[in-house]
Structures are given as structure tokens and as C-alpha cells.
Design a protein around this ligand. Structure first.
Ligand SMILES: [Zn+2]
Length: 261
């Protein structure tokens, strides 16, 4: 597997390279067929995932990071945190919002020396882990796929940085699960108003805010349940579990789950 970084001005080159690779993989020069493949595997996903800073093309075993989006989002994230207001002495766990998750927080270990750098690294690492999640699971339906990639992203980050040894992590996980339960409740409200045919006036705004985000948020939420449920994380088991589950299954699990610790 290869990870590449592309810039907007290189998109043309990038598409040409992909056409070439796909022509090798599918052993065809039929430009119409290749065009269809590039639309299906590359153009539509890039358009659809405007929330994401990366793209996985499993057919060519490549992960692309879209640099302009990534930079823009890191800048936004840094502004959001108003770093001068984070006041810590020495090594700490702080809670941050990862690129795709508005509902759950992620613990971030920082030595407290350069928080700006730590947050930027956190951001990039999460973008890459999310794309690796796609690479590992690779489901057909886009929402299924985003759900699994997001769950794996969250868990791989925690596991890779050995964050389960800090009690703060469990505190964050527990609070995340409470937020997740509130979040899935909004689905029930929306569904209820829809079936009684009486949508409240302010509902279109609420729907707009939720639109497109659910598979990511549910992935992040379900990851927190996996962490809360298990003493130790075994990534192989997590992958199997996430593969079996759909975002709809996750909604039910989140509604029924009661945090342990
Ligand atoms: Zn994704």
C-alpha cells in the first residue's frame, strides 16, 4: 500500500496516473470503460467525501491525502482550540475533536511543550488512519464503509498511542458514550416527526446539520463502546466486529448500551 499527498494543482496529473494504473489492473485500453472506472472509484468518492481530507482507492491499493483540504482543516482546528487558553503544566491528556467527529472527543497525549504541533500531528495521523480503515475493511455501501473506517480510525489511534493506560481516557470514553446516546436519540425524534407528518419549523436546520455526518459519528461512537466494553483492545477482533456491523446495527447498540466504568 502507498500513501501519496496530492495538491489541487496536481489533480490533473493524479487523474492521468490513475487512468494509467487502472488500465494496467483491468488490462484494457477502452477509454470509455476506464472513464467509467475513474468516475466510480475516484471522482465520485472525492466529491462525496468533502468532509474528508483523504481518499482510498482500493483497486490500485493507494491512499491519497488531499493537501489543500488538510491544511485548511488543520488551520480551522487550531483556531477552534484557542491555544492560548489551554493552560497545562507538563505532560497531560487533553481532549480534542478529530477531523470527522463532532460528537465524540479523542484523548490526545501532549508533553505540553508545543500543543499546536501536537494537534497538527494528531490531525494528520487521524486522516491517515481513517483512510487505512477504508483500506482494511472496504465495504460496498458508502455509509457502511465510512462507519467502519471511522470506528477503526478512532480505535487504532487510541491503541497506537497506548492511551488506555491513562484514567483520563476512560473518563472521556464514558462521557462520549453519554453524548452518543443523546445523538442517536435525535434520529428517533426526526423519524417520529416524519411518520406523523408534522415536521417542526426549525427541523430543516437540524437535518442540515446532521446531513452526511451520521456514518462517521456512529463509527466514532461505536468505537467508544468497544473500548468501554473490553479491557484490552485486540485490533484483529475489532476489525472483525466492525466488518459485521452496519451503522443501523450501531444505532441499536448505542441506544441499548450502558457505560461500564
Ligand atoms: Zn472515509
Amino acid at each position: 500500500m502507498m500513501i501519496y499527498i496530492i495538491k489541487k494543482e496536481n489533480l490533473r496529473e493524479f487523474y492521468r496516473g490513475e487512468i494509467y494504473l487502472l488500465s494496467q489492473i483491468y488490462n484494457t485500453d477502452d477509454i470509455e470503460e476506464l472513464n467509467n472506472k475513474i468516475l466510480k472509484y475516484i471522482v465520485f468518492p472525492i466529491k462525496k467525501i468533502e468532509r474528508a481530507d483523504g481518499l482510498t482507492v482500493s483497486q490500485t491499493e493507494e491512499i491519497y491525502i488531499i493537501e489543500d483540504r488538510l491544511e485548511k482543516h488543520i488551520d480551522e482546528a487550531l483556531k477552534l482550540y484557542r491555544l492560548d487558553s489551554i493552560n497545562i503544566n507538563g505532560p497531560s491528556i487533553i481532549r480534542v475533536k478529530s477531523p470527522l467527529f463532532a460528537v465524540v472527543d479523542t484523548p490526545l497525549y501532549t508533553k505540553g511543550e508545543n500543543i499546536e504541533k501536537d494537534i497538527a500531528e494528531f490531525y494528520v495521523s487521524n486522516v491517515i488512519l481513517h483512510e487505512m480503515g477504508h483500506y482494511i475493511v472496504n465495504k460496498n455501501r458508502w455509509d457502511d464503509d465510512e462507519f467502519s473506517a471511522s470506528a477503526l480510525q478512532y480505535i487504532m489511534y487510541i491503541d497506537m498511542h497506548d492511551l488506555l493506560k491513562y484514567p483520563e481516557t476512560y473518563k472521556i470514553v464514558k462521557e462520549n458514550i453519554i453524548e452518543c446516546k443523546k445523538y442517536v436519540r435525535t434520529f428517533a425524534f426526526l423519524g417520529y416527526f416524519m411518520v406523523i407528518g408534522d415536521l417542526p419549523q426549525n427541523l430543516p436546520n437540524a437535518i442540515n446539520e446532521l446531513r452526511g455526518g451520521a456514518p462517521y459519528e456512529l463509527g466514532g461512537c461505536y468505537a467508544n463502546i468497544i473500548i468501554d466494553r473490553n479491557k484490552n483492545i485486540n485490533i484483529k477482533n475489532v476489525i472483525e466486529e466492525v466488518k459485521r456491523l452496519s451503522p443501523l446495527d450501531a444505532i441499536r447498540e448505542i441506544i441499548l448500551y450502558e457505560p461500564k466504568r
